[in-house]
Design a protein around this ligand. Structure first.
Ligand code: ADP
Length: 398
């Protein structure tokens, strides 16, 4: 039996999944996450029934690189494979620039081109590519496939890609790209399955996790999105500021004497929920806290999300549907209710019981806007792309 592995290597976590590939299609077999890389790495894997099949903690202070952890992960995977043979690995690659609009096999030239995009996604791209390189050493003959988070937004209307800067910058790549594309691709597909009529309508998808963004979709395609040139733009996030008056960045550097690196660390790692609360980047922790700073951080998160959702409506010319996804979007009824309350002027009304139960449809019967909760599954999107490529070019993906 053939198998496909998916990898999503971030700065502090590596998500992975194993899928069986048969004539009937793909079947999720097992998956999990290594978290807290750099401090106290912790691995959890579950099977298709959700049962924990592997737990491993690396002792506190045992600071291991991504490469070491991938090595351990593959050693474990080898013991789990039985008669299954891994035929390809699919990677989430955050930035595909303007050139890469579809998944493709990774060769030296692609790896170099993707390394050139590191300055556009300094928090994510280096880790994505480090995983590719580590696996090239571990399993040199195994085909690796890049699946891009920017690809879903590749055909954004021209105007949605432009920043109000002199034209020459746009031509050098200083433009809006959009991210979380694998998640939005999944949402668009599930929406087509569940509700073909409304999937063709005007929908805002809200990916609210540690990273957070909104995507305005029409006919299941991205027409506008809150993340732009980098994954720092748009909504307030766990540790990222989101959209900011650019004058703040100038002030930090010219008046407060911060270096570019210090500003980068501040905006990517110390801001957002963490910065405003002064306590945590984790929404659950903030809800439990009760401290006024934690409450204010939550209120600002909601305000930013509602404000930016409203700002996407002109691109759609109206609103037929809202979809919530990712950790906060799928689980946090309080945040969903508050964002939706701010959008009540669109005719949106929630059903509080359905919302409290994280039901698939959470809008009230009389609501003019249908509100759904759809769990995201970026790993499944990657696995499907890899399976599609294997089918189209046979086993010999380079
Ligand atoms: P990532 O971007 O790392 O994939 P996730 O999609 O897992 O992030 O989202 C993480 C966020 O989701 C955290 O702020 C976490 O507190 C929040 N979250 C996860 N589960 C719940 C829950 N049951 N209730 C409220 N928030 C949750």
């Amino acid at each position: 039996m053939k198998a496909i592995v998916t990898l999503n290597a971030g700065s502090s976590s590596i998500k992975f999944a194993l899928y069986e590939l048969s004539a009937d299609g793909l079947r999720f077999d097992a998956g999990g996450k290594i978290e807290e890389i750099g401090t106290a790495p912790r691995l959890r894997a579950r099977d298709a029934k959700g049962e924990v099949i592997l737990e491993h903690d690396w002792p506190q202070g045992d600071i291991l690189s991504h490469e070491h952890l991938l090595d351990d992960l593959f050693a474990w995977a080898a013991t789990q494979l039985g008669d299954r043979e891994i035929v390809a690995i699919g990677h989430r690659i955050v930035h595909g620039g303007t050139a890469f609009a579809a998944p493709r096999p990774i060769d030296d030239a692609l790896l170099d081109a993707l390394a050139d995009l590191i300055p556009l996604a300094p928090l994510h791209q280096p880790h994505n590519l480090a995983a590719v390189r580590a696996l090239r050493t571990l399993a040199p003959h195994l085909p690796q496939i890049a699946c891009f988070d920017t690809a879903f937004h590749h055909d954004l209307p021209q105007l949605a890609t432009r920043l109000p800067l002199p034209r020459a910058f746009h031509d050098q790549g200083v433009r809006r790209y959009g991210f979380h594309g694998l998640s939005y691709e999944h949402i668009a597909a599930r929406l087509r399955d569940a509700d073909p009529e409304r999937a063709g309508g005007r929908v805002i998808a809200a990916h609210l996790g540690n990273g957070a963004s909104l995507c305005a979709m029409q006919e299941g395609k991205s027409v506008d999105t809150t993340m732009g040139f980098t994954a720092l733009d748009g909504l307030m996030m766990g540790t990222r500021s989101g959209a900011l008056d650019p004058g703040v960045v100038l002030h930090l550097q010219t008046q407060l004497g911060m270096s570019a690196k210090e500003v980068e660390t501040l905006l990517y790692k110390k801001s957002g929920l963490l910065g405003v609360s002064g306590a945590s980047s984790d929404m659950r922790t903030l809800h439990a806290s009760g401290a006024p700073e934690a409450t204010e951080a939550i209120e600002l998160f909601v305000r930013q999300a509602a404000r930016q959702a409203a700002a996407l409506i002109p691109a759609l010319g109206g609103l037929d549907g809202v979809v919530f996804t990712a950790g906060i979007g799928e689980n946090d009824a309080v945040i969903r209710a508050r964002i939706c309350k701010s959008l009540a002027w669109t005719g949106l009304a929630l059903d509080p019981d359905a919302n409290g139960a994280n039901a698939a449809v959470i809008s009230a019967r009389e609501s003019k806007v249908l509100v759904r909760v759809i769990p995201t599954d970026e790993e499944a999107v990657i696995a499907h792309h890899v399976a599609g490529l294997i089918k189209s070019v046979g086993r010999s993906v380079p």
